[in-house]
Design a protein around this ligand. Structure first.
Ligand code: DC
Length: 665
């Protein structure tokens, strides 16, 4: 399983240039393909959804070439579909699937197409669109479940397409508007292919209206003006034909903007906040109104023609109740912002979430629940209650359901605590570069990684540095010791990797002050330090599955205000981005002497010679193992403590830290 571990984010500031809008990119590609003339599309979004549309249009015989730097030239086929038989795979791209279904169904003639998608696409309804297209003479067969993709679409029979009589009086076609606005969008985009006078009547209240506005706006840019009465009736003049506007610039994606604006709104008060470039006052996308929702929650929002900025309010954010019908996608972002507000937030009128990439209402409730947040769903609404002292959040592993927006939304929860996001690559659907953009403006809690061999004194030094800075402290060796101890208690063979990994994953550990540790409710502080457990820990720690099982547990401590971690692989594996890396060591003789004295102080049995040879053997095992071997990282500073006492070592680490912190933080 692929995953991305996010440390706690302290704040965010900076500028983000947004990728092109998905909704506009896919509509513009289709319109340019149907238009008369060549269109140069600039700033086209490059993502899974647009790749599916591009592939499909090329498979249909439309010539499309990349003319460099995000610009594409589409040679319009002037209302004809050059390839009359094709099998199109459209992934989970709802806009591409719905609009191509309509276009191919109305293409006429001997056409015969099959349209398929990923399994989830085959669970997303399309029956209402098919019913509308059948009224216009299209032949559409369901190849799986009735009302859902995959589909076979054949050319419209001309005799049903109106004839002479039909050309004089307008034909009326009815379509449902309350399940997905993409049905109406698909139909409207395709209608100019019929070259007839047609009136579309929407039944049921039209949802997600701003997306239909985008459709009408772009159709007009390509020369077709639709007359509408309210949002229930749309009239296409006979003889309407698409004509290329020449060059067409795709504005930034307003839904993608929501994550960065949210970062600005959640982040530390007093910071400059976050500014997105590519959408603003001039935008034709409804999701820019997400910024108004943030303003209602108290965020400071500023807007220019082509940019929006968001800053955190000094008084904190407050919960709101909002009808989200017009911003269904960006509203998901509000569900996470709600965790940082005072009072509940209720997102109403979001039934369409249930038929998107996943059932987004159910997914939100489940994953927010893993974080310990209280989220309750109604049929078409979601209520989120922020955490408090009685109901704190906890680090969690978040599933994303192959839904790009789940992955992007939950990245914002990192402002509260560290978390793991499974399958983060699903962001490629609309924003392949998302997590790099996130990392560019997010400031994570800092880590000081201290690695070194056993008995070098790094544990004591690390704990004191943590105390001096007020940071959290991770004794990663203790985790391997705890795994070894649990294995001994449970009688698990310390070579049985799978069983040990399962055991390590399920350990219930509580670290108490002064180095005390509870394992599954029992105090094990002393038992943990015995030489037998040290030896067993070093064997257990060599097993990659055990290391993997303990990884998130360690990263879950990467919290505000900072963390000092000590071990063998802090700098190399667990916190490769640590702000300060130290390799703390001493000669085997000095370390053996220290360990000897330590054991004696604790009243445990100790033998100098045995300790030295055992320590050498352990060094060798830690160094030579294939999984995370002990070694000094190239960017780690060497701290040799042969001639240093603890105080001097701590002072050196703190001096290095102020050096690093003054430059980087
Ligand atoms: O630091 P320590 O002696 O408590 O560590 C106990 C064992 O765990 C030691 O043999 C090495 C192993 N270990 C590891 O492999 N990786 C870490 N990050 C920490 C300890």
């Amino acid at each position: 399983m692929n995953f991305l571990d996010l440390p706690q984010t302290l704040s965010a500031s900076g500028d983000i240039r947004l990728p092109g809008s998905k909704s506009i990119s896919n509509r513009a590609l289709l319109l340019a393909a149907l238009a008369d003339g060549v269109t140069e599309i600039r700033n086209l979004l490059v993502s899974d959804d647009t790749a599916r549309m591009l592939e499909a249009l090329r498979a249909l015989g439309v010539e499309i070439t990349e003319s460099g730097a995000g610009n594409w030239r589409v040679h319009g086929a002037a209302g004809r579909i050059p390839v009359r038989r094709a099998e199109l795979f459209l992934g989970n791209a709802g806009t591409a699937f719905r609009s191509l279904t309509a276009v191919l169904a109305l293409a006429g003639g001997d056409a015969d197409y099959t349209l398929t998608g990923v399994p989830r696409m085959h669970e997303r309804p399309i029956g209402d669109l098919a019913d509308a297209l059948r009224q216009l003479g299209a032949t559409i067969d369901y190849l799986g479940k009735t009302g859902y993709p995959p589909l076979r679409v054949r050319g419209r029979r001309e005799e049903e397409a109106g004839g002479e009589q039909g050309r004089e009086a307008a034909r009326t076609v009815k379509i449902r508007g309350d399940v997905s606005s993409q049905f109406l969008t698909g139909l409207l985009l395709a209608l100019p292919l019929m070259e007839e006078n047609i009136v579309v009547e929407v039944t049921g209240a039209l949802i997600s209206r701003p997306y239909v506005e985008i459709t009408l706006n772009l159709m007009a840019r390509f020369g077709v003006s639709v007359e509408r009465q309210g949002w229930q009736s749309f009239r296409l003049p006979a003889g309407a034909r698409y004509v290329s506007p020449g060059a067409f610039h795709v504005e930034g994606d307003a839904s993608s903007a929501s994550y960065f604006l949210a970062m600005g709104a959640i982040g530390a008060a007093g910071s400059n906040g976050v500014r997105v470039e590519g959408v603003g006052r001039q935008s034709i996308q409804g999701d820019v109104r997400f910024a108004e929702a943030l303003a209602e929650m108290g965020a400071t929002i500023e807007t220019g023609d082509h940019w929006i900025s968001a800053r955190a309010p000094s008084a904190g954010l407050r919960g709101i109740t909002l009808d989200c019908n017009s911003i269904p996608d960006a509203a998901m972002t509000l569900a996470i912002v709600a965790l940082f507000a005072k009072g509940e937030t209720t997102l109403a009128n979001i039934a369409s979430w249930r038929v998107k990439e996943t059932d987004r209402i159910a997914a939100m409730v489940k994953e927010l629940g893993k974080l310990g947040a209280r989220a309750e769903a109604g049929a078409d609404c979601l209520r989120v209650t922020p955490p408090d002292a009685q109901n704190p959040l906890r680090p969690a592993i978040i599933d994303t359901y192959d839904d790009h927006r789940m992955a992007m939304c939950f990245s914002l929860a990192s402002f509260a605590l560290p978390l793991r996001i499974n399958n983060p690559e699903c962001v490629a659907k609309t924003f392949p570069d998302y997590f790099r953009a996130f990392a560019r403006i997010a400031r994570p809690a800092p880590v000081i990684a201290i690695d070194g061999p056993t008995a070098s004194g790094k544990g004591t030094v690390a704990a004191r540095v943590a105390a001096a800075l007020g940071f959290h402290y991770l004794d990663s060796g203790a985790l391997y010791r705890l795994a070894a101890l649990a294995a001994r208690d449970k009688g698990v063979d310390d070579r049985d990797e799978a069983a040990l990994a399962a055991l390590a994953a399920g350990l219930e550990i509580v670290f108490l002050p002064e180095g005390r540790v509870l394992l599954n409710g029992e105090e094990v502080s002393l038992a943990l330090r015995g030489e037998a457990i040290s030896a067993a820990a070093s064997r257990v720690a060599a097993l990659p599955a055990v290391r993997a099982a303990l990884l998130f547990r360690q990263r879950a401590l990467h919290r505000a205000p900072g963390l000092v971690g000590d071990g063998r692989d802090m700098a190399s594996v667990v916190f490769p981005d640590a702000a300060l890396k130290i390799f703390l060591t001493a000669s085997p003789e000095v370390r053996a002497e220290r360990r000897f004295r330590q054991l004696r102080e604790k009243g445990l049995p100790a033998d100098r010679a045995a300790i030295l040879s055992d320590l050498r053997a352990r060094d060798e095992r830690d160094r030579s193992r294939s999984a995370a071997p002990l070694r000094r990282e190239a960017d780690a500073r060497l701290l040799d403590t042969d001639a240093l006492d603890i105080e001097a070592a701590v002072a050196q680490v703190l001096a290095w830290w102020s050096e690093v912190a003054s430059v980087a933080l």
